[in-house]
Design a protein. Structure first.
Ligand code: COA
Length: 181
C-alpha cells in the first residue's frame, strides 16, 4: 500500500521499528477484551508484527492488508487497522480496527477508518465492506455508525467469545453509499 497522510495521521505499512508501540497495544487486556485473541506477550506481538510486515497488498482474495496508524505529531504508532478481501466474486471485504486506549476519544479511529473505506472503495473498487463486533462493544458500534456504516444484523448469542456466549453486531457499507457521502 502507498502511505496516506490525513490531518493528524499517517497510514502506512508496518515497520520493524513498530514493535514497542504495537506491543503497547497488543499487551493490553482492555484492548483485546472483545477480540478473538488474548493480550499478547512481547514474543507473540513480535510474531504478529512479522505477519503484518508481509501484509502489504490486497492483490488476491484472502489477502489481509495490515495498516499502521501513526500519529504525525509524535511519529508513534497508535492504531492497527486491517482490510481483509473476503470475496473477489462479490467484491467484499472486512474492516478491522484497534486503537491504543491512551489515544481514544479523539476521533483518530474515525479518521483512519474513513481512509480505510476510501482505500477499499476508491483504490480497490470493492463493492461492499462489512464490520463485525461483539454486541457489548459499544465503542466499536459507535465508530462504525460514525463512519456511515449501516447496522444490518444483530445475532443474539450467536457467537462464542472467550468461552462465553456473545451477541454479534454486523455493519456494512456499499460503494454506492460511500459515493453518496
Ligand atoms: C473501537 C475503537 C477503535 C474505537 O475507538 P474510539 O476512540 O472510541 O474512536 P475514535 O478514535 O474515532 O474517537 C471517537 C470518540 O471521540 C470523540 N471525538 C473527539 N474528537 C473527535 C473528532 N475529531 N472526530 C470524531 N470523534 C471525536 C467522539 O465523540 C467519540 O466519543 P464517543 O464514542 O464517546 O461518542 C476502540 O475502542 C478500540 O480500539 N477498542 C479495542 C479494540 C476493539 O475492540 N476493536 C474493534 C473490534 S470489532
Amino acid at each position: 500500500m502507498r502511505s496516506v497522510a490525513t490531518e493528524r495521521l499517517l497510514l502506512r505499512p508496518f515497520a520493524e521499528s513498530d514493535l514497542d508501540d504495537l506491543h503497547d497495544l497488543h499487551r493490553r487486556p482492555d484492548v483485546t477484551r472483545y477480540l478473538l485473541w488474548e493480550a499478547r506477550t512481547r514474543e507473540e506481538t513480535r510474531m504478529a508484527l512479522t505477519a503484518k510486515l508481509g501484509q502489504t497488498e490486497l492483490a488476491a482474495e484472502g489477502d489481509n492488508l495490515a495498516i499502521a496508524a501513526e500519529l504525525r505529531s509524535t511519529g508513534r504508532l497508535i492504531g492497527d487497522f486491517t482490510l481483509e478481501w473476503l470475496s473477489a466474486e462479490l467484491g467484499r471485504a472486512e474492516i478491522g480496527f484497534v486503537l491504543n486506549p491512551d489515544h481514544a476519544g479523539r476521533g483518530y479511529a474515525t479518521e483512519a477508518g474513513r481512509e480505510v473505506l476510501r482505500l477499499a472503495f476508491e483504490t480497490h473498487g470493492l463493492h461492499r465492506v462489512i464490520g463485525q463486533c461483539n454486541g457489548a462493544n459499544l465503542a466499536s458500534q459507535r465508530l462504525m455508525e460514525r463512519l456511515g456504516m449501516r447496522r444490518e444484523a444483530y445475532f443474539v448469542q450467536g457467537e462464542m467469545l472467550k468461552g462465553e456466549r456473545a451477541d454479534l453486531a454486523v455493519y456494512a457499507m456499499l460503494a454506492t453509499e460511500w459515493a453518496r457521502g
